[in-house]
Design a protein around this ligand. Structure first.
Ligand SMILES: Cc1cc2nc3c(=O)[nH]c(=O)nc-3n(C[C@H](O)[C@H](O)[C@H](O)COP(=O)(O)OP(=O)(O)OC[C@H]3O[C@@H](n4cnc5c(N)ncnc54)[C@H](O)[C@@H]3O)c2cc1C
Length: 417
């Protein structure tokens, strides 16, 4: 096997495959090294196995959905963005469709379609693929890259694109090797933390599994700081589980919770609004109309207002589950509405990083040129994907960041080599 290339890409995941393709499109002779026996293991798992390939939102919206240093990507997205990702796959014969919240999927509903399209393009461009081989270190001298050393042998190249991913779901190959590799060449790695992670709570109703399995649609979940100020708020779906809460709204709050937990070392309060589109006054009027003259118990009079288990749970909290509508005071209706609009619970921690969807933290962006994604410390070394200190919400935002940074890093590496 040849041992000298123009560009070496380390890691055949989301960003690595795209980086290899764009480097080769510049005419570079490219080697793509992957420690697994196949490419794109994590990408295969996304979107519930259907591959949430990107998101159909304007670029400013993409940035807003990448709370971990999204602004760093302005320059990347100005060169290649979600619309280019869609065009890329359409040009490979993969038709995409849009679902809720702008999420894009292949019409086949199979991640395999996306991986196959990437592999076909890698083959078309004559890229050398080396599977089952772990890269152990970068070969560099006097601030310049010369190649990589794998567990078996050395390969030479004047440009290396590192796309080894984060530290979540290590069974996919993302075991955090890249962080160790970059530290050895002088790069800083900002502290890693779990993001897009389910939330764990020690609240008695969670421990007693009172609401386990209950899912709520289009609720709003906010994270509060110790002064009660809202740090972030998300209107999406939520699921009560045996350990706490999960579902998109909970996942989106997780990075903010982890940052707050680190700051205060105290459980963090989240506030649930079951009716974000309605005011307290609307709800008071609605409930009063249902119960004012009613001889039925509140559980019956207010039936259908909330999912049955949540309705009973709130009524029991206020100790009014047995009283009739007629017996209910205005104050009690207001207290009930207060629970519906701002039910608070504490979160003690999130899942560990390995069981979360996305890694927060990574290669310090201060040391990376935002236009080219080249290292400011080592000439010829480029970065892309989750390895960088960038993290977004699930819904295609991380995948968009990975494909786009992969494309831009690969293109610049290809041009430079
Ligand atoms: C279950 C799940 C669902 C997700 N759903 C979504 C979603 O819906 N939307 C969204 O935007 N994001 C989602 N994500 C996150 C998204 O998949 C990742 O952010 C993205 O794939 C990261 O791409 P990457 O190229 O940086 O890393 P990866 O795709 O993880 O690729 C890294 C590759 O590098 C290889 N590698 C590592 N070390 C070495 C080494 N030393 N030598 C050689 N190869 C190495 C690994 O084996 C791996 O193949 C999800 C993640 C998970 C786990």
């Amino acid at each position: 096997m040849e041992t000298t290339y123009d560009v070496i890409v380390v890691g055949a995941g989301t960003s690595g495959m795209m980086a290899a393709i764009s480097a080769a499109e510049q005419g570079a002779n490219v080697l793509l090294i992957e420690k697994n026996k196949r490419a794109g293991k994590k990408l295969l798992m996304t979107g519930g196995g259907r591959c949430n390939v990107t998101n159909n939102r304007p670029v400013d919206d993409l940035i807003a959905h990448i709370p971990g240093n999204g602004k760093f990507l302005y320059s990347t997205f100005a060169q290649w963005n979600n619309f280019d990702i869609m065009n890329f796959f359409e040009s490979q014969g993969v038709h995409l469709k849009e679902e809720d919240h702008g999420r894009m999927f292949p019409v086949t509903n199979k991640s395999k379609t996306i991986i196959e399209a990437l592999l076909n393009r890698l083959k078309e461009l004559g890229i050398t693929l080396l599977f089952g081989t772990r890269v152990e270190k970068l070969i560099h001298k006097e601030g310049k890259i010369y190649g990589v050393r794998t567990e078996f042998e050395e390969f030479d190249a004047s440009c290396v694109v590192l796309t080894t991913g984060g530290r979540t779901y290590p069974s996919t190959g993302s075991t955090g090797d890249g962080y160790k590799i970059v530290k050895k060449v002088g790069h800083t790695v900002t502290p890693l933390y779990a993001t897009e992670s389910p939330l764990i709570s020690e609240e008695p109703f969670i421990q007693e599994k009172t609401l386990q399995g209950l899912s709520l649609q289009d609720i709003s979940l906010s994270v509060l700081n110790q002064k009660g100020r809202v740090l972030t708020e998300h209107t999406m779906d939520l699921l009560f589980t045996h350990f706490g809460i999960s579902g998109p709204a909970a996942l989106r709050c997780s990075s903010f919770i982890n940052k707050e937990l680190k700051k205060t070392e105290e459980p963090v309060t989240v506030s649930l609004d079951c009716f974000p589109a309605k005011t307290k006054q609307d709800l008071i009027q609605e409930l009063t109309a249902k119960s004012k003259m009613s001889k039925k118990t509140l559980a019956n009079a207010w039936h259908g207002f909330l999912p049955e288990r949540l309705l009973l749970f709130f009524l029991e909290r206020l100790d009014i589950e047995k009283q009739t509508g007629q017996q209910t005071t205005d104050r009690q209706v207001q207290d009930f509405v207060q629970l519906c609009k701002a039910f608070t619970m504490t979160i003690s921690k999130t899942f560990p990083i390995e069981k979360s969807f996305v890694t927060g933290g990574g290669v310090s962006l201060k040391e990376v040129n935002p236009k080219t994604l080249e290292s400011k410390l080592v000439e010829g070394l480029f970065f892309a994907g989750e390895l960088l200190d960038v993290n977004g919400y699930t819904g295609g935002f991380n995948i968009t960041a990975a494909f786009a940074t992969g494309h831009v890093a690969g293109m610049n590496a290809g041009q430079r080599s």
